[in-house]
Design a protein around this ligand. Structure first.
Ligand code: 5GP
Ligand code: ZN
Length: 111
């Protein structure tokens, strides 16, 4: 099982901020901003490259829940959403995840 599958199953503890049947959001262990959350599907999808039409409802659910998670984390002045996909993007955990970064003004540089 991959690291985030173990976090999703509860085998590895995490600081959860949102959970339902299909998705989970928790605090990044090495935060890059005052608020740094990770949002994952509980099902193992290796990266954005693994998303297919079969995941349509799940992906829609993720994207309609992310603003709610950000709001509940106090990010009323905006936030950045990032998904690193593959080696060039420095993806380090092979389980689809979205970083929510906020709590300060981001720089205009994205890479
Ligand atoms: P990636 O580099 O794959 O886009 O993002 C992986 C993220 O997972 C990194 O920001 C890293 O700090 C975070 N991370 C790695 N291991 C753990 C862990 O055990 N717990 C939590 N909460 N975050 C982790
Ligand atoms: Zn996994």
């Amino acid at each position: 099982m991959c690291l985030f599958c173990k976090i999703a199953s509860g085998e590895i503890p995490s600081s959860k901020v949102y959970e339902d049947d299909t998705i989970l959001a928790f605090r990044d262990i090495n935060p890059q901003a005052p608020v740094h959350l990770l949002v994952i599907p509980k099902a193992h999808i290796p990266s954005l490259d693994g998303v297919t039409a079969e995941h349509g409802a799940l992906i829609a659910h993720l994207f309609e829940t992310i603003p709610q998670i950000a709001r509940e984390a106090g990010l009323t002045n905006g936030y950045r959403l990032i998904s690193n996909c593959g080696p060039d993007a420095c993806q380090s955990v092979p389980h689809l995840h979205f970083h929510i970064l906020g709590g300060r003004a981001m720089t205009e540089t994205m890479a």
